[in-house]
Design a protein around this ligand. Structure first.
Ligand code: ZN
Length: 103
């Protein structure tokens, strides 16, 4: 989730830069409309991608063995705050995102 938030910020600032560029390139109403469209579409696009990734991890971790997805789901993490071993983004015991991979 931390990575998603970072990419969200990068996209937000990127779309801000693009929208400023559009204001200069396009005449007034079209530049504003295009900028608004970017601000609406980018977060929706990112959210859909994040939801798909979370849904894929949550539903069938065991059934899809092998391949890229099977590998990424097999990684376990150790929480740096409470040393709890867990799968997924955040520690279920203390909610910390600070973690290291356990192989
Ligand atoms: Zn923890």
């Amino acid at each position: 989730m931390l990575i998603n938030y970072k990419t969200y910020l990068i996209f937000l600032f990127g779309s801000l830069a693009i929208s400023i560029g559009l204001q200069m390139l396009l005449p007034w109403p079209f530049g504003l409309i295009a900028a608004l469209a970017i601000f609406i579409v980018f977060p929706l696009f990112l959210r859909n991608r994040a939801l798909k990734r979370m849904g894929g991890m949550g539903t069938d971790a065991g059934s899809s063995g092998g391949g890229f997805f099977g590998q990424s789901q097999g990684v376990k993490y150790i929480c740096l705050a409470c040393n709890n071993r867990f799968k997924g983004g955040t520690c279920p015991r203390c909610g910390s995102k600070m973690k290291r991979a356990d192989f």
